[in-house]
Design a binder for this molecule. Structure first.
Ligand code: GUN
Ligand code: ZN
Length: 425
């Protein structure tokens, strides 16, 4: 049975960082037809009603129909420590993150948090995440099992650390390779699940561990590899001390085979000219985590990079201060303002959908509304609170209607979520 979802349909024909806001396509009396797990057609409500007379119709009036949000960099194990007060990166990791990640030695706790986390993000319209797990293999099983039971497309990998982490949170070069390989073979390509090779960041991996993971990546070249890059200045100084041979932070990865297409670097704020040029040349992806960058006090991402390479958007849960991509878009807007860059709502919405999909190299499957794409969709109420409603009253186009929801919206704006062709709830 076909489902027909009616509303204002927002999709993208092109990249707004290349083509401007006209890259977006807005169908005011639009419709999306879903057959099984896929989008079958997109068009005017009148046309699709005529084409699918037997369809089950879900009429959302003036609400917005969009692709589900894609959160391209999260740490699901940090769910319970989100919004922890007062630290900068290294202190924050030692004080809050590592003790919490230690608890994931208990598979039951890992399963509890994985399920809690995915419920929280789905309620906020996020249908795909790319997550770090902990060093414990069972923490990877937990997030993939929880994703599978919800039909979600999820990326995740075992976080590897063999130094500068507490006893109990360290593996070795060998065990990181072996455990990652076993998990990769178990999960990668199972339904909608993708394994991601995941060294946490250079300060917590020896060159031997980075090399072992580089070797693993050569064996499985279609996987993604995710890590952190140049988030805070004191972190960069530490990397310089730990890797005296390296030209810069990026070189600590590059030297071990961890820079090429499919590399996904979180943050990437304080880049040298050489790093920028190499990232662009190598076709790497960057993920902007604006609420994390302001919350932990890291710095201001340079959005002009989005014109040169794949840039996704992310909460960085729990370094970020919110599970929702709406305040994440708002923070991206504000960070860009502080750098003198003005992001249009089309840029922001694209980053949270197609931009993140491109960063994860699945833009032909998710993150947009087009025939043949997987049916991960959200219905967004553009007047979800009295404050937002009154700010939209004089709107003369969709962008004016949408921007107050970007700046002030939360889970109340998400009225319906479809995952793989099925409506939740
Ligand atoms: N760098 C290394 N690990 C982390 C982490 O868990 N969160 C953030 N924000 N940065 C990191
Ligand atoms: Zn992170």
């Amino acid at each position: 049975m076909t489902d027909l979802i009616l509303g204002q349909v927002l999709s993208f024909d092109a990249d707004p960082f290349a083509e401007g806001p006209a890259a977006a396509r807005i169908l005011t009396d639009g419709a999306v037809a879903i057959d099984g797990s896929r989008i079958a057609a997109v068009g005017s409500a009148a046309d699709l009603r005529a084409r699918y007379p037997q369809a089950r119709v879900h009429d959302h009036g003036r609400k917005l129909i969009s692709a589900g949000f894609i959160d391209a960099h999260v740490h699901y194990p940090q769910t319970a420590i989100i919004a922890s007060w007062g630290k900068r990166l290294i202190d924050w990791l030692n004080t809050y993150t590592f003790p919490e990640e230690m608890r994931f030695s208990d598979p039951a706790y890992a399963a509890e948090i994985a399920n809690r986390y995915l419920d929280l993000v789905l309620q906020r319209g996020t249908t795909t995440v790319c997550s770090y797990a902990t060093i414990h293999p069972a923490s990877v099983d937990a997030i993939f099992t929880a994703a599978q039971s919800r039909g979600m497309r999820v990326f995740a990998g075992k976080t590897c650390m063999d130094r500068n982490a507490p006893e109990g949170l360290r593996d070795t070069a060998r065990s990181a390779y072996d455990d990652s390989k076993r998990l990769l073979e178990k999960w990668h390509g199972q339904g909608r699940l993708s394994y991601v090779i995941t060294p946490r960041f250079s300060p917590t991996s020896t060159p031997e561990q980075l090399a072992a993971l580089g070797a693993l990546w050569r064996e499985y070249p279609d996987c993604l590899m995710q890590t952190h890059l140049s988030e805070q200045t004191d972190e960069i100084a530490w990397v310089r001390d730990l890797f005296p041979q390296s030209r810069d932070y990026l070189d600590t990865y590059e030297a071990q085979g961890l820079l090429r297409e499919g590399a996904v670097y979180g943050h990437a704020i304080h880049l040298t000219d050489r790093e920028r040029a190499r990232l662009i040349e190598a076709g790497a992806s960057l993920v902007h985590c604006p609420t994390s960058n302001t919350f932990i006090g890291s710095g201001l991402f340079d959005m002009s990079l989005a014109s040169h390479l794949r840039v996704g958007l992310a909460t960085d849960t729990g370094g970020g201060s919110n599970f929702s991509m709406l305040p994440t878009m708002a923070a991206a807007y504000e960070v860009a303002q502080l750098r003198g860059q003005s992001l249009h709502p089309a840029h922001l919405w694209w980053l949270a959908t197609q931009g993140s999909a491109r960063a994860l190299r699945v833009e032909d499957r998710i993150g947009n509304i087009a025939p043949g794409m997987e049916a991960d969709l959200i219905v967004v109420d553009l007047a979800s609170t009295p404050a937002i409603e009154q700010a939209t009253r004089r709107a003369t186009d969709l962008w004016q209607q949408l921007f107050p929801t970007i700046m002030m919206g939360d889970d109340r704006a998400i009225t319906e979520v479809w995952v793989n062709g099925k409506r939740l709830g």
